[in-house]
Design a protein around this ligand. Structure first.
Ligand SMILES: *Cc1c(COP(=O)(O)O)cnc(C)c1O
Length: 390
């Protein structure tokens, strides 16, 4: 980000910037490092909570499973959405009660289902016949919600094709769940990650409400709607502050599902992204030819060491350098590894200072979500993204 741009970053209060910046000012790093501010995670939780009304919050653990984050959220009363046995174990270790953990992955290992049921986990997701059969066998009598396919997503990081099933299949699965002795409680969906504005939920919620009505008319007594994640973080384009955004989404949900007993929300990105900053370093600035108007800027962090969401240039991280007061020019930004896919931004170049050079520190703001766990284990010998929690 250039220095002439306002230092107000997203919805972050200046105290958080002060805290992270104070830490950055007093430390140097010999490898890419994510610094997370726990107080900001708490602030985001409180902000979302006050907007989400009666909906319960199940933090999507995969966004950032750092123990200190899970622990702080557990203390605050957050529930958790886990995708695997290991994630469930992490939640249990910080004191979460099994009844507050949902096993929300629709693709589960049978032995993990049995293990989870044995631990006291009672709420599971499914979107296929075979998954229901696994649940009936390994977690008899468990509660299950059916994940619906959503195809009208306007998200920056859509998830639509891989998960969920269509209306007819969902209605049939509710019946199958019942006949297998499971407790079919409702539906879930995910509007797509980084859905920047609350109004973008409208078409999805309309579709969902119609399917909900069909299910009730078919005799299914549904009690639960899981609205998933999608709550955005600031990456340079305007977003609503978390409370206003969440309140608008819940207002839209309540208008369409007035009788639903239990609403679940599973924010991941919106809970942790803005609480983190990555300290990285410029390794090389070059031009491929004397006539090149673009410079290539190679960082010590790339697609395989934490910045996986640059795939397709979908998520556009903001870069900050100590030279941002100098004139800037267009750059292609790439990671350090020997894989040609390790280019972060090329189709849309990034304006960086003309004076930028090897050894300069680069800060990447709002990177607390989907970074540490996306880092490969030593590809090319580069270390995975380091983590410091303050
Ligand atoms: C990843 C995921 C989330 C979190 O999504 P965000 O867009 O990061 O809020 C929520 N629910 C499920 C089932 C997920 O897989």
């Amino acid at each position: 980000m250039n220095a002439h741009v306002s230092p107000m970053v997203g919805s972050i209060p200046s105290t958080t910037l002060d805290r992270l910046d104070a830490y950055l000012a007093n430390h140097s790093f010999d490898k890419p490092t994510l610094i997370m501010d726990l107080n900001q995670v708490e602030a985001q939780y409180r902000a979302l909570k006050s907007g989400l009304g009666r909906a319960t919050i199940h933090y999507a653990v995969k966004a950032n499973p750092a123990r200190q984050i899970l622990s702080r959220l557990a203390t605050l009363g957050s529930r958790f959405d886990a995708a695997s046995r290991a994630e469930i174990e992490m939640c249990l270790e910080v004191g979460a009660h099994p009844s507050e953990i949902s096993f929300g992955n629709t693709i589960k290992r049978a032995s993990d289902i049995a293990w989870a049921a044995n631990q006291g986990i009672v709420l599971f997701a499914a979107d296929a016949d075979e998954e229901l059969e696994k649940l009936a066998q390994n977690a008899p009598g468990a509660s299950v919600y059916i994940r619906l396919l959503v195809d009208v997503s306007q998200a920056d990081w859509p998830l639509s094709r891989k998960f969920g099933c269509d209306r007819d299949t969902a209605l049939r699965l509710l019946g199958l769940a019942k006949s297998l002795g499971l407790n079919a409680v409702g539906f879930s969906f995910h509007v797509g990650s980084q859905t920047r504005r609350a109004e973008m939920w409208g078409p999805t919620l309309d579709t969902l409400a119609a399917i909900w009505a069909d299910a009730r008319n078919a005799g299914h007594a549904l009690t639960m709607l899981n609205i998933g994640g999608g709550f955005p973080a600031f990456y340079g384009e305007d977003i609503d502050a978390p409370t206003a955004y969440a309140a608008k989404v819940i207002e839209m949900v309540e208008a369409r599902f007035p009788h639903v007993a239990h609403i679940m929300a599973e924010p991941g990105r919106g809970m942790v992204a803005e609480a983190g900053v990555i300290a990285a370093e410029v390794l090389l600035v070059s031009r491929k030819s004397d006539r090149d108007i673009h410079r290539w800027v190679y960082l010590d962090i790339g697609r395989f060491s934490g910045l996986a969401e640059t795939e397709g240039e979908a998520i556009r991280y903001q870069f900050e350098t100590p030279r941002d007061a100098d004139p800037s020019g267009p750059c292609i930004v790439a990671g350090p590894s020997c894989d040609s896919a390790d280019v972060l931004y090329e189709k849309r170049t990034v304006a960086l200072p003309l004076t930028l050079k090897s050894g300069d520190r680069v800060l990447i703001r709002n990177t607390g979500a989907y970074t540490t766990t996306y880092a490969s284990v030593g590809f090319n010998g580069f270390p995975p993204l380091d983590l410091v929690v303050i």
